[in-house]
Each structure stands twice: as C-alpha cells, then as structure tokens.
Write a protein that binds this ligand. Sequence first.
Ligand code: GDP
Length: 453
Amino acid sequence: MFATLSDRLTSTFKNLRTKGRLSEADIDATVREIRRALLDADVAVPVVRSFTGAVRERALSAEVSGALNPAQQIVKIVNEELVAILGGDTRTLNLAKTPPTVILLAGLQGAGKTTLAGKLALHLKAQGHTPLLVAADLQRPNAVTQLQVVGERAGVPVFAPHPGNQGSDDVLPFGADPVGVARAGLETAHQRQHDVLIVDTAGRLGVDADLMQQASDIRDAVNPDEILFVIDAMIGQDAVTTAQAFADGVGFTGVVLSKLDGDARGGAALSVASVTGRPIMYASTGEKLTDFEVFHPDRMASRILDMGDVLTLIEQAEKNFDAEQTEKMAGKLAAGEDFTLEDFLEQMNQLKKMGSMKKMFGMLPGMGQMREALDNFDEREVDRIEAIIRSMTPAERQNPKIINGSRRSRIAAGSGTTTTAINQLLERFDGAQKMMKQMAKGGGMPGMPGMGN
Ligand code: GDP
C-alpha cells in the first residue's frame, strides 16, 4: 500500500542523510522532490500545494536541534504534515445514544461497499455489538445474495427482500423499493434489539443524479448516525471529484478507503480527507473479511515513511495469538530447552493465523527496502514447510541433525517437495534456533534493519 510513494519519499530523505546542515537550496530541492513524489502518486494538486508549502515553511524555520539531524528533522515535519492531511486524530464510530446506531454505506458500484459491510459487521461483532445488515442495494443483480454470503461468513444476520431468502421471516415483498427495505430493516433492528444497523446501498459506475437521489432517500428514511463513503483507493485522480460529488449529493461523516492492498499509487485517496474535511475511519485491505483495519492517520503516515506500523502489528498479534501457546514457548526457552522443528511449525501456524505474512512483514520498520523480496514472498511457503515437517519422523523433528541424505530424499518424496527445499528449511530453522537461543539468554529481539538514523 502506497509503495511507490513510500519508496520515493524515503529515497528523498536518504539523500539528506549525509548533510550536516541544510541550506535553503537543500530544503527547496527536497521540497521539490516531495512535490513530485506526491503528484506522481496522484495526490490532488491543491493538497500537494498546501502540503509542500507547510513543509517548506516549517523546515526553513526549524530550530537547530541537538537531538535530530537535519534529515530526521525533515522526516519529522513530513510525518506530522502527513498525519494532518490524513485527518489528524483517529476517529471512532459515533454510537447512537438510543440504539440502534445506523450506519449507511455509500459509494460507486464496485467500490467495495458490500464487502465492507461484512467486514464492519464482523469487526463490531467482535467488540460485542449485535449488528444487522440490510440489503438496500437492489440495483445490481446478485447484490442481495452477495450480502447474504458476506453476512453468513461474518456470522451476522442479513435483512433482505427476496429472492434468495426463502424460508426465512425476512422474505418481504419489496420488489425494487430500497427505501422500503431500509425502513423495514430499521424496524426489524428495533424489534430484535440489534444495536447496530448497517445499510448497504446501491452504487453506479459513475456519479449520477438518480444514484444521489436514491442514497438521499434512504438516508432520510433511516436517519443514519454515520454515513460512510467507501472509495476504491485505486481510482486515481477521480477520487477527489467522486468524493466531492458524494459530499454534496448525500453528505457523509467518514471515509473508508478500500483496496488499499493494491499497489496503486493511492495518493488520490490521501487527498479525500483533506478535500472533503471528513476523516478516514477504516481501511479495507483485501478480499477476506479480516482484511480490515481501523484507520489511524499517525500509523499510516509512519507506514508511508517506512517507519513501520508496529502498533497495528501488535494489535493483530494480540487478536490472533494463542497466549497460552506463547507463554508455554517462552517458559520452555527460559528453561534452556531447545527450540524444535515442532515449535517452529507451531510459530509459523500462529503467524499464519494473523493473516497474510506479506502484509505483516510490510508493517515492520525498514521493510520498504526489502519490498522486492516481500513482493516475491509466496504465501504458500508456510504450507510447504508444514508438509515437510509433517513428513519427518518425531525423532527427526526433535533432532534435525540426524537427517542425512537418504532421510532427505524420503522427506522430499513424502512432502512432494525437493531435497533443495528440505536443505533450505533446515538452514532457516538453524538460524531461527540460534536466534531463539540468543533471545532466551536475555538478548531481546535482535535489532530490526533500517531503524538507524
Ligand atoms: P460494491 O459494489 O461497492 O458493493 O463492491 P463489492 O463489495 O462488491 O466489491 C467489488 C469487488 O472488489 C469485489 O470483487 C470484492 O471482492 C473486491 N474488493 C472489495 N474490497 C476489497 C479490498 O479491500 N481489496 C481487494 N483486493 N478487493 C476488494
């Protein structure tokens, strides 16, 4: 996400590192590079102008700091300005004083609204809410069924007109009246005491008057506490005009950036918050329901500047890690026991539960420099490793040193891999084992690359 922009900005700062002091010309050159990087990333022109203006002014008047060298000072300023254009503080959902809280989703067709409805429902359910999804997108064939599928995956009920819901109480004779569906959905939420109602609305391929009218009619029928405008981060410069049209036509209280997993330039999405004055609240980062994050402007800025997003990483870990398992492992290492291939497999599986490895590694500081390796990382690698370890005998897992040539061939055949793959795994395991020993001795986590000045 924002890979190109991130690469461009970090290489700009790298050029400054050797400088002891920055002249006005140095600052101007840097600001010019930042401007070009932002424009190339599709950030809207007025946003670029005010951004670079602020950076230049602050850099020129920056006091000489004992703590920060000039490059770090510029990074700090750029970071703070990025946080500002991304909306400043993290904005949480506005909950209604008397439930249900009504959330209306608006945006163009294909923006990712239906997918987001499921993600948001799952997220809120995990927080103890009892959401109800409403399928008020009757425009697109299959939209209702799609929401039902998403609802089922999230384990959240869906209120929908037929077809597709036979045999349930929720079969209603609305035909093509999305406003009626939304209204009846709200009544149902009251009756069944759902504390959140998420209304999925129809989009079109482009902005048009009918679309705005329908969304406004639904809005007036359900009186939402939040209207979330969902926008595909990959749509480039059109993002700003689309966002403006929705702001004028329906109005919205927050923005959701979707498809942030794509390697699009993404900069237009960065402009949306500052052009519309509405905060980005969530980010959608893939097709799976768990590919969803609360949007934190400060963390996103630090990811863009390749300073890592360790906080999000830790949160993902907390959500998915098996604490008991982790404790057991720590105890074992502290007791001086060896880290075995079984443990290695266990750890890989725990990591896998956290979602895409590529995404996780990408959140570590300094990883931008390893982008190519990350891009080539094959998620199926974990499955291969698992197959290899499962093809070993308990004795081999306990003590890999006994794995000689003929054992290697047997394991390769058993796991459907090659002896080269076995060798690579054993080498990698050896490294991990050494690292674990070092950590157990109290060395802590070995330093991450890229954290230096
Ligand atoms: P809607 O028309 O606004 O309801 O959009 P959908 O939810 O149907 O999404 C359109 C397409 O984009 C579907 O194929 C989704 O699977 C896909 N999609 C939605 N969100 C994301 C995302 O965050 N990342 C990726 N890669 N695909 C997404």
